[in-house]
Design a protein around this ligand. Sequence first.
Ligand SMILES: Nc1ncnc2c1ncn2[C@@H]1O[C@H](COP(=O)(O)OS(=O)(=O)O)[C@@H](OP(=O)(O)O)[C@H]1O
Length: 358
Amino acid sequence: MATFHHSNPTDRDIRRVLQKLIIILSLGIICVSLFYFFTGCCESDLTENSVSDRPASDDRNGTFYKDVVTVQDEDGYPGTGEGSTLTPGLETDNTGKDWKATRRLPQALIIGVKKGGTRALLEFLRLHPDIRALGSEPHFFDRHYARGLHWYRSMMPKALDGQVVMEKTPRYFVTVETPGRVHSMSRDVKLIVVVRDPVTRAISDYTQIISKTPHIPAFETLAFKNRTNGEIDSLWSPLWIGLYAQHLERWLAWFPRAQIHLVSGEGLISDPAGELGKVQDFLGLQRIVTDKHFYFNKTKGFPCLKKPEGSSKPHCLGKTKGRTHAPIDPEVIWRLREFYRPHNQRFYQMAGQDFGWQ
Ligand SMILES: Nc1ncnc2c1ncn2[C@@H]1O[C@H](COP(=O)(O)OS(=O)(=O)O)[C@@H](OP(=O)(O)O)[C@H]1O
């Protein structure tokens, strides 16, 4: 009787199927690895000078790390206002070379001042091809520091080698702990402050506050500790923020003067290209944003962009920028000018620059 020693055809089929499965699985693993490699998802470390980094496990354990966080901007700017959300790394690289770009900690920060013209400066700088700026205010050093540098970096837009990564959070200038924290991230970071006549700035600040909380007392009431003897309440936030010398002094304890560039808020309105030219020099960039990018919009009463980033249409800043200010008693304005005079003089001396506020 004939015997059959060769293997059962069903077993052979199973073996073939298994081999195919193993090959498909291996190919899958290789593809996924390549994808992660090229998209930069596996970047593991921070820059060398990131001394106050939290361990990645801390950041990702669900307490500190959230895929979507709520940010509260001073701005009220479309897409970045109070209660809006900011998704880590949502912005794409408009250079079309996204696969080469990585997320880095910022090399430059616009640290203030609130209502100085920080949004205008950021939007104008974004026209520069060598600048990659975060649109929203991350408030990392003042509010979200516990999330760690890993989280902060994940917020930044991807950038190519040679591009300058930056963000703006105007509150940094006045928060006591911020200079030291910024210094521990990087001692070389470039700092930009847009300063504006502190009296106009205070009124602008109050105009914003009252737009959100309409039933607060009048500016003229809040500005004084005692209206009868004319004693100014210098601790009232809209006035306290304008004590520029006091705030700058804290930054100068950590950073050399040459590392801090002061932009005139008034100049940014009257001559945006001139101020932008100086900022580009300070950042070590070619002067690419020039007067050909701006036009003066008579209806808005401010310079606007002929062609903003990612668009071919002219564009002015939103309606929360360039608001009509609340009318203030001229005598109160006069008193505030007297109050700020010595502070401004001290600030001009520290800055080595006279901003010409009355
Ligand atoms: N080009 C252009 N368009 C509109 N507004 C301009 C512009 N340049 C500077 N400014 C001034 O910017 C002021 C708002 O400042 P910030 O952007 O720093 O405000 S915020 O702190 O981010 O809320 C804003 O203050 P207000 O005029 O009080 O609204 C403007 O005076």
